[in-house]
Design a protein. Structure first.
Length: 134
């Protein structure tokens, strides 16, 4: 079982809050309008931070990730002014596919349920409990 590193977790949460604010306030790139920082994972030695981002209303966040990778040095510099750390972790931006995959699986489940209901319309009414007579 891996050890729990609460300091790394606290630093990751603080980086997530600050990056969310910095991306929305400081960066003027139109590709970053609807970017959300969903999670940050920091290594135990606080040298690297993997930043997961998603783009609202888009299945493809590659342009936003490219823009963030281009601005990583500037964001790291701005983080240095906000965080009281000896060294600021190197930022690695990654597209967060969890929301996209979740909605895709939900759509598949809904389609399977609808197909099953169309093949067996009588089953849905016979499985319902009958009311008791007093």
């Amino acid at each position: 079982m891996p050890k729990d590193f609460p300091r790394a977790r606290r630093v990751a949460e603080q980086i997530q809050r600050e990056l969310s604010r910095l991306v929305s306030v400081e960066l003027r790139d139109p590709r970053l309008r609807l970017v959300t920082v969903t999670e940050v994972e920091v290594t135990r030695d606080l040298a690297h931070a993997k930043v997961f981002v998603s783009v609202l209303g888009s299945d493809d966040a590659s342009e936003a990730v490219t823009a963030l990778r281009h601005a990583a040095g500037h964001l790291r510099h701005l983080l240095g002014h906000q965080l009281s750390l000896r060294s600021i972790p190197e930022l690695h931006f990654v597209e967060d596919r969890v929301l996209v995959e979740g909605s895709r699986l939900s759509a598949l489940i809904n389609r399977a349920v609808a197909e099953d209901a169309s093949h067996h319309p009588a089953d849905s009414s016979t499985n319902a409990p009958k009311p008791r007579k007093p």
